[in-house]
Design a protein around this ligand. Sequence first.
Ligand SMILES: *Cc1c(COP(=O)(O)O)cnc(C)c1O
Length: 224
Amino acid sequence: MSSIADNIARIEKGLKQENGYQARLIAVTKTKPESLLLEAYEAGCKRFGENKVQEMVGKYEALPKDIEWHMIGHLQSNKVKYMAPFVSLIHSIDSFKLLKEVNKEAAKNNRVIDCLLQIFIASEETKFGLSPEEAEEILTAPELTSLQNIRIAGLMGMASNTENEEVIRAEFRGLKTLFESFKKFSSDQVQMRELSMGMSGDYLIAVEEGSTLVRVGSAIFGSR
Ligand SMILES: *Cc1c(COP(=O)(O)O)cnc(C)c1O
């Protein structure tokens, strides 16, 4: 079995091979103990993704302070306050209400918190996310300009859980097209810079299709 350090080195190498793309690796550390996070940290990976607020807060408190923490899971408004002091990027905004809550808690901490709109791109019924129309409604809402403590920094999506590479590629390509088309809404609150797509099984396809952030868990730490 290869070590965490070997896995990170292999993945980083794969990301660099794609000329012109600058995808960064987020190690998805949900359910993993702090000892394994430290192993990844010592191998040079300082960007971690968690899907539960409480778990992320506990790990944040225990681990070195130069780690970037990414919230990648479905988020309830009442949990935002616990991570507002330190979260680096929230990938999973799926309503205007949630965005307003993030703005409120960011303001209390004198911060501007970067957020991604999570877009539903898969063919499965179970995944969270906005439709392209719902995302456009958020990006064009007059009220958005009053949210001075958030920035919509891009989009996130999860492809279908399938072996069919063409299906996955088409979903990622569609998200990239949407991302480019949303650049016309650029403002103080909207700056389409990050495209978070790609997980252990499909990150190389995602990078080819223009991902800037891949979220990889089991390919680093083994299965959960
Ligand atoms: C768990 C998770 C991942 C990582 O999945 P792996 O298949 O283990 O790489 C990526 N993104 C989200 C939103 C997740 O919940």
